[in-house]
Design a protein around this ligand. Sequence first.
Ligand SMILES: Cc1cc2nc3c(=O)[nH]c(=O)nc-3n(C[C@H](O)[C@H](O)[C@H](O)COP(=O)(O)OP(=O)(O)OC[C@H]3O[C@@H](n4cnc5c(N)ncnc54)[C@H](O)[C@@H]3O)c2cc1C
Length: 286
Amino acid sequence: MHDGWISLTELNSYRVEAYAACCLFPATVEELREAMRPAAGQAVHMLGHGCNVILAGKYYDARHRFVCTRRLEPGIVVDGREVRAGAGARLRDVCRAAARAGLSGLERLWDIPGSVGGAAFMNAGAYGASFYDGVVSVAVYEPAADRLGTLSRDDCRPTYRTTAFQGTDVVIVSVRLRLAPGDRAAILAEMGRIGKLRRSRLPYDKPSAGSVFRRPEGAPPVGVIMEEAGLKGFRIGGAQISPRHGGIIVNAGGATGQDILAVVEVMKQAARERYGVELILEQVET
Ligand SMILES: Cc1cc2nc3c(=O)[nH]c(=O)nc-3n(C[C@H](O)[C@H](O)[C@H](O)COP(=O)(O)OP(=O)(O)OC[C@H]3O[C@@H](n4cnc5c(N)ncnc54)[C@H](O)[C@@H]3O)c2cc1C
């Protein structure tokens, strides 16, 4: 059944087994333009490193086209206080390159999985820091106009886990950051501290996509709500609310996208019943 299908399993951090009839990996802007060419009746799904997506289906036939930017312009250049990174670069590698150059500002983003494109789309963040804190501009490709452009940080309208890119088909090509000079040893030490903190709190031992929901307003963190509701460890099929962190769903073995979405509904219901809040999905269902 899988002949001619491209496996998406290694392309999503939940490791949900899924297949696509069409999945493209543009490495250059020219290849990206080709990959984004509109085709009647075909829906485009963008993927970076797949660390924040829920693949709802198992087979995505020819009506779907995945465009994966993990190989797009993956270079990282440090020039004085500036760091330029392509969409396909790993955020971890950008943090490491900045630290080695004695540039401060990305320490608290250390160890967030995924690409620069994904971080710029999601405004990834942790421990009070977010990706756009250091962003000067973002280079983009607009498929509808077949146009390359550059947006200032303000044009990207970053707020908590939100940017102007969400809900559009604009592709992030690269990002320019300006960071502060700092002490290399202190920067590396802070990254070490953050890394340890993350490893002690997050279930890195099982496939997941990090926090499922945005932090709710007027209610405790999602992990606390799930703990209060006795839902830590709750499981449907292969999808389980992590016994370690109640705000994260893990693939405990053979989870499908539908298993994950069923657990999402149970979590939403628990938050509604206990606190009257409507949880908003941070992860992107596709
Ligand atoms: C163990 C674990 C811990 C995590 N911890 C955190 C955390 O602390 N903080 C946090 O913010 N996130 C966290 N995440 C979630 C994830 O790492 C981030 O959201 C990350 O920025 C996603 O990047 P990605 O390349 O994997 O994007 P993907 O998951 O591939 O894509 C996410 C969205 O971005 C879009 N996209 C990706 N690339 C592009 C592009 N080039 N142009 C246009 N759109 C694009 C996709 O279409 C999709 O809608 C965690 C995930 C895991 C697995």
